[in-house]
Design a protein around this ligand. Sequence first.
Ligand code: G1P
Length: 298
Amino acid sequence: MAHIGYGDKVRKAVFPVAGMGSRFLPATKASPKEMMAVVDKPLIQYAVEEAIDAGITEMIFITGRTKRSIADHFDKAYELEHQLELHGKTDLLAIAQNIVPKGISCTYIRQTETLGLGHAVATASHLIGNEPFAVILADDLISSKKGALCQMVDIYEQYNSAVIAVQKIDGAAISAYGVISGVKQRDRIYQLDSIVEKPPYADAPSDLGVTGRYIFTPKIFAHLAALKPGAGGEYQLTDAIQALLTDEQVLAFEYEGIRYDCGSKLGLLKANIELGLRHHEIGDELRTYLKNELLAKL
Ligand code: G1P
């Protein structure tokens, strides 16, 4: 594939976090779903850490009402730091201070209307400019040895084309996803032929569902600007990707890793149990509890 002339490095990531999170009511009435914790860390922090690990230095959050705590989370907490210092809690102080490492910037855009994922990403166009960028949906938590976005950056740098993350989805559940059809290029990589948002199971073009990681060239913005309401009456990122296919190649990539759908209650609980089992403080005790106490009750 010819070099398309954008900067080689993916430095910016967009985090759409303006959604209402109504599936988690009442937990999300006044606080963002992205701030729900898996063990001891909010979902949005896992997403930001994955971005940092992939070399991203500029975090752009598309936020809205009731989401102020996200900006607070990534801000300096003078009082907390002072108290921890005063009490000699240096480990906890380091945790509080390293949420945003040096050299990483955070910018917030308020999306006043939640008109869909495509609309949310479009609001970041003036901050992206003529550069490639990533989009991360924090409720897809991906646990992997090498970060999923880092794996995708490698593919982007190799092919110089847009990359979207996919995974095989069993049965009728596929109709909750963007679904691709494509030609296999090599292990785990497909060249996209088409993509459709939340098709009925019978019409799904494959069992490959899009999970919340994307790398785009800025060409996507022209197609986002031309969007009409799609599935569910929303401006769908998926429809802009379909339109992008007339301009340039898009690759779908089956990343290595386990994804937890933390947009669902069950997914969030599974993530808590599995990451809890691997947690250095509570892993052993949780394993003992699950085996010796909980299993006996089931
Ligand atoms: C969004 C996208 C969909 C994608 C999914 C992954 O849908 O529109 O294409 O498959 O994220 O989590 P949502 O789950 O926000 O309805």
